[in-house]
Each structure stands twice: as C-alpha cells, then as structure tokens.
Design a protein around this ligand. Structure first.
Ligand code: SF4
Ligand code: SF4
Ligand code: FES
Length: 259
C-alpha cells in the first residue's frame, strides 16, 4: 500500500537553519532512510545525509528521529506514530555540518586517547590463546558499529558541553572495560591500571548509570550493566588495594592462558 508521510527535516549549515516539511510517498515495510532517499530523488537533491550500508552495520546513518537517537536505516515507519510527521534532526551532541550530517570527530579524538592493547611479552602473534569464556565476555563489546548513538544520548555530553574535554563517553569507556578484562593485555606490566585510568583520565565518574546509552544501542550491547558498572567497581577496588589488583592481573593471565 502506498501512502504519503510528512517528513519534517532540520535543514541548515553550521548550526544555523530551520525545519522544512515535505510530503513523501511511502510503501509498506519501508524504513526512514527509504523516504529520505525518495525525497532526495524527487524534491530535495541537495539534502545532506550520511549513510552507507543500509543494513545497520556501518553506523553512519545516525540521526534523531522524533527526538530519539536512531539509525535511519533501521527505523521502520510502522514503528512511528502514523498520524504525526516524522521529525528528523542531526545528532544533537555533535557540531552540525549540514542538514542531517554532523561532525563526529570528537569520538575519533576520544578513541585515540585510549591506550591500545599491550601485547603479552614472550608470545608472538599467532601464539595467543584465550579461554572461550574470556572471548565471549569481550565479544559483546566488539559488536559495536561505532554509530555513536550512545555518545549522543549520554546526558554528560549532550547537556554539558563543558564535560567534553574530560569525558570519553560510554563507547570509549566500554573500550577501556574490554581491554581491562582482556586476559592477555599486558598494560599492567607497564604500570597502566586501565580501570583507574577510566576514572582518573577518561571521566568514568561523570557516568551516573542512567542506562540511556544502553537503551539506544542498536546492537543491544548492555553497556552500563556489563561494561560501566563493573568498571566502576574495579576502579574503586583497585584504588584501595592496588597490590591485590596487580597480583590478580598477573595470576589471571597466566592462569587463563592455555597452551
Ligand atoms: S549510563 Fe553513564 S554513560 Fe550511559 S548514558 Fe547514562 S551517564 Fe552516560
Ligand atoms: S556501543 Fe552501541 S550505541 Fe554505542 S557506538 Fe557502539 S553500537 Fe553504537
Ligand atoms: S546505513 Fe549503515 S548503519 Fe545505517
């Protein structure tokens, strides 16, 4: 069945702009990105929107639909109120470039601030072995498609621009948690306590576990429950007993590595 839906899209550049309304044909089963493409093809060829895979895997079509951070390619029209316009705005937490496109460079800068995996001494690539339970634990975090919807929705970034310098945001705190749990990561032997650095360098203390990041994650990663809360607990434990942490880390690695 074909119907006409109203799209209300924020249009402008560099933060200056206004909403424009369009009536666009829609077919059963379509997603918001289908309508945006039809709009570009028929009425607004200069509309700026970022997308790539149209399969929920590249993370580039992030925007806000009716005020909620979402992937345009994974948001079915049937999930939105049929009698109301579909309101599309760019990610609010990041600087506007044009129309629905934002500058997400903040996230790449934060990614670079997280120290990389430290290879275990004495093992060459190809000789690494991990227990399946350790693989499974980090597998959830590695489903991340870097859409940055969690970063956009976190109030510590969204409502407090002044926090940007000191807060990495949920996606990158999750990365710290992943590396902290990695049984082969040798950061501890270089003197880096990843959980404490989450607190002291990456702003974990700004997170008050509201779980908004978890609610918008299109990969259904339990960011708060499985990454941030345990990371807070480990940071607190190690602050008061760093020797126990170092011993446990070294013991964990040798104990969980199989030949
Ligand atoms: S749980 Fe923490 S990181 Fe996630 S949205 Fe809330 S404050 Fe931000
Ligand atoms: S954790 Fe989820 S919401 Fe955040 S960037 Fe990754 S996939 Fe997107
Ligand atoms: S276009 Fe790739 S996630 Fe939407």
């Amino acid at each position: 069945m074909t119907e006409r839906r109203e799209l209300r899209i924020w249009r402008g550049e560099g933060g200056e702009g206004a909403f424009a309304s369009y009536l666009v044909e829609a077919e059963d089963g379509e997603v918001v990105l289908d309508l945006v493409h039809r709009l570009q093809a028929t009425q607004a060829p200069d509309l700026a929107v970022r997308w790539n895979c149209k399969a929920g895997k590249c993370g580039s079509c992030s925007a806000e639909v009716n005020g909620r951070p979402r992937l345009l390619c994974m948001t079915r029209l049937s999930a939105l109120p049929p009698d109301q316009p579909v309101v599309l705005t760019p990610l609010r937490a990041f600087p506007s470039v044009r129309d629905l496109v934002t500058d997400v460079g903040f996230n790449y800068a934060k990614a670079r601030e997280v120290p990389a995996f430290v290879p275990p001494p004495g093992l060459a690539p190809g000789e690494y072995r991990m227990q399946q339970e350790d693989v499974a634990r980090s597998q959830e975090f590695r489903k991340c498609i870097e859409c940055f919807l969690c970063q956009d929705t976190c109030h510590a970034v969204r409502d407090h621009e002044e926090n940007l310098a000191a807060f990495a945001g949920p996606r990158f705190l999750m990365r710290v948690a992943e590396l902290d749990l990695h049984p082969l990561d040798a950061a501890a032997e270089t003197g880096l306590d990843r959980a404490r650095s989450a607190q002291e360098v990456h702003g974990l203390g700004y997170c008050n576990i509201t779980k908004c990041c978890t609610e918008v994650c299109p990969e259904h990663i339990r960011i708060t429950d499985n990454a941030l809360i345990p990371l807070k607990e480990r940071a607190a434990d190690r602050k008061y007993d760093p020797l126990v942490w170092l011993g446990a880390k070294i013991g964990l690695r040798s104990g969980k590595t199989t030949p």
